[in-house]
Design a binder for this molecule. Structure first.
Ligand code: SF4
Ligand code: SF4
Length: 329
């Protein structure tokens, strides 16, 4: 049936270090995300209750009533939505430990409250699997802290690979290569994205607050080598951080290094807080640098994708956002 909805309202589920949501994205006009459960630390779930909550959001959306937390989100698009109610877009972000300190990280923000305790996701995934609530024809995305700092990472990854998950997306800082990523890349069903954000050691130190640029480049080389037949599964991401990495020289250095490593797909995004603060008054030089990245990537034959905040930027600028920003192909 044709109506306006979003893939995450239909089939999304996201576990964070202290809550459960439908998505990670706050593309709506409200500052408060759409929580399914706040203060969650791995307690036994009443699935019927949780699914009832989601079904109300889904049914309302089907009837043209958008949850206030989703209003204005670019994820809302009109298309033929099926009645599949299984979780197809699962996001795992239930830990926040990381060996890096990116200046834009949520962990460094003043409102970040250290989680009360760590919890394990595997028992929850197994329970969902038993209930036949997972559609493995979608995407599992890691976006928590750092996968290399997550003890359960191999177990979760291997479970989903065995189940035949169509795509496993790993977001990592690349400081330490992860064994099961090296293995997973060979299967053509795992992608790995590293936010490099620059093309030299000094700039890296400024953004990441650790001196690990060379380690990241070494890891990326290993990942590129480990890819199977799909050579676009290792991705270098660039988050535009105004006044930090927003010159043509910065972009050229990053793209030169990206090509040298043999990476074929790049991802563009913006520092989320900056765009939120400046969305009504984006400086001209940021528009120029955005366009410079787009043009340079195409000229170099690199496949360019946009992440959520870049998609928001595109929407603000009146550019096409259909099919952008929520899930990678
Ligand atoms: S509409 Fe936007 S905020 Fe709402 S669930 Fe979808 S992606 Fe998330
Ligand atoms: S790599 Fe990710 S989790 Fe780690 S500090 Fe950077 S943004 Fe935060």
């Amino acid at each position: 049936m044709r109506y306006i909805s979003c893939s995450n309202i239909q089939n999304g589920l996201r576990f964070e270090y202290n809550c459960i949501k439908l998505c990670c994205f706050m593309g709506s006009n409200t500052p408060e995300p759409l929580y399914l459960k706040k203060d969650y630390y791995g307690e036994k779930l009443n699935w019927n209750e949780l699914i009832d909550t989601i079904n109300v959001i889904r049914e309302n959306q089907k009837n043209g009533i958008t949850d206030p937390h989703c209003k204005g989100c670019f994820g809302l698009q009109e298309q033929d939505w099926d009645d599949n109610k299984k979780f197809k877009w699962i996001q795992i972000a239930h830990w926040s430990e990381c060996n890096c300190n990116c200046t834009y990280c949520y962990r460094l923000q003043s409102d970040f409250v250290k989680p009360k305790k760590r919890y394990k996701i595997m028992p929850i995934i197994k329970e969902l699997d038993k209930l036949d609530m997972i559609d493995y024809n979608g995407e599992l995305a890691y976006s928590g802290g750092e996968p290399a700092s997550l003890r359960e990472f191999d177990e979760i990854t291997n479970f989903f690979i065995k189940k035949g998950e169509k795509l496993i997306m790993v977001h990592t800082n690349g400081i330490k290569p992860v064994k099961s990523v090296l293995k997973g890349l060979k299967t053509d069903t795992m992608s790995v994205t590293v936010s490099v954000d620059c093309g030299d050691r000094e700039k890296f130190k400024q953004i990441k607050q650790v001196d690990a640029y060379n380690k990241v480049i070494d890891t990326l080389k290993k990942y590129v080598k480990a890819q199977g037949s799909n050579r676009k599964m290792v991705r270098s991401k660039y988050i535009i951080i105004p006044n930090v990495n927003d010159t043509k020289e910065d972009i050229n250095k990053w793209l030169d290094e990206t090509e040298r490593i043999g990476i074929q797909q790049v991802i563009l995004d913006f520092e989320a807080d900056w765009l939120e603060r400046n969305k009504r008054n984006i400086p001209e030089h940021i528009d120029e640098i955005y366009q410079y990245i787009v043009d340079s990537s195409y000229k170099r034959g690199l496949d360019l994708q946009f992440y959520g905040v870049a998609t928001q930027y595109r929407e603000i600028k009146g550019l096409n956002v259909d099919g952008y920003g929520l899930h990678q192909e």
